[in-house]
Design a protein around this ligand. Structure first.
Ligand code: AKB
Length: 306
């Protein structure tokens, strides 16, 4: 996600006006522009970089996702919560009002209405990732009210993109499946056939993020995080979509611990508030995503093989 947002912001505001950071140095090669290797838990370094570069807005995207978080819950809490607190405090101390922070459909739990989950409803997640996202939403709302900040957020569905590999989430299968399909290997799906989940193509997610940040603040009624529907489908449906382009594609199902997480999440999301407040509209449907993923991954594969 970070890679794609930076590229879009560079296009909008010019390479010289976008400072990017990550904990992994390899990222440097991909970017023109200023890059810092930064650990979000290092508040002193974060503050120094913010001051030295006269930062006016922050897109804070560092997080450990659901599946990896279940394996390292304490690290997930530190990165997702202490990291966020560091960014909020540095922003407050440096009078940076506008900030983006990603929440997730993971804020919802087993007792949340599963279909067309509304903006305001029961949020009792039973994953450490989900708990950090609910706590994060409340913390951002607290800083908005207490310190008059302008923190904006989206509850991302599963994101599907071809520019970077998935990062340890429960929805990763919807990216892996395209890579396996192009390698004509049978895809072993970690979720069951009918496990429906809300998903979104990366270009839609990047556009939603920037449209929200550029929206008129007076029109925004949500102080925590906006529902974002994307499209909902099951592993069976995405496999059928791929077969339209790769008829020999085959899939086998071997649900693992991620199935339990997926079962605790909504089937579909109601994002009518986002549509109302900042005129959000999703663009890509499943077959369009499949077409884009296959054509772009083929190009990458060709470049690798040449
Ligand atoms: C995950 O699967 O953990 C993420 C998410 C839905 O937030 N992709």
């Amino acid at each position: 996600m970070g890679t794609e947002v930076v590229l879009e912001l560079q296009k909008m505001f010019g390479i010289g006006n976008i400072i990017c950071s990550d904990i992994h140095r390899p990222l440097v090669e991909k970017f023109d522009g200023k890059f810092y290797a930064l650990d979000v838990l290092d508040k002193v370094a974060l503050c120094k970089i913010t001051r030295e570069n006269n930062i006016t807005q922050i897109y804070h995207l560092a997080a450990i996702l659901s599946a990896n978080a279940e394996k390292t819950p304490h690290l997930a809490w530190r990165i997702n919560m202490d990291g966020l607190l560091n960014v909020l405090e540095v922003a407050k101390d440096n009078k940076i009002k506008k900030l983006f922070w990603p929440s997730s459909i993971a804020v919802f739990g087993p007792d949340t209405p599963k279909n067309q989950t509304p903006q305001n409803t029961i949020m009792n997640p039973n994953t450490i990732y989900g708990i950090t996202k609910v706590a994060g939403e409340k913390l951002c709302a607290y800083y908005n009210e207490k310190f008059d900040m302008d923190i904006r957020s989206l509850r991302y569905p599963g994101l599907i993109g071809y520019k970077s590999l998935p990062g340890g989430g429960t929805t990763d299968y919807a990216v892996d499946i395209y890579h396996k399909a192009l390698k004509s290997t049978t895809f072993i799906c970690p979720l069951s056939t009918k496990s429906m989940l809300p998903m979104m193509f990366m270009p839609d997610a990047v556009r939603a993020t920037i449209e929200l940040m550029e929206a008129d603040g007076n029109k925004l009624s949500v102080n925590t995080s906006y529902n974002l529907a994307g499209i909902s489908f099951t592993p069976e449906e995405i496999a059928l979509s791929i077969k339209k382009f790769i008829p020999d594609f085959s899939i086998k199902y071997s649900p693992d611990f991620r199935e339990t997480i997926a079962e605790s999440w909504p089937n579909s999301i109601d994002d009518s508030v986002a549509q109302e407040d900042w005129k959000w509209e999703v663009a890509y449907n499943l077959d369009e995503i499949t077409k884009e993923m296959i054509s772009h991954l083929k190009i990458d594969q060709h470049e690798v093989n040449v």
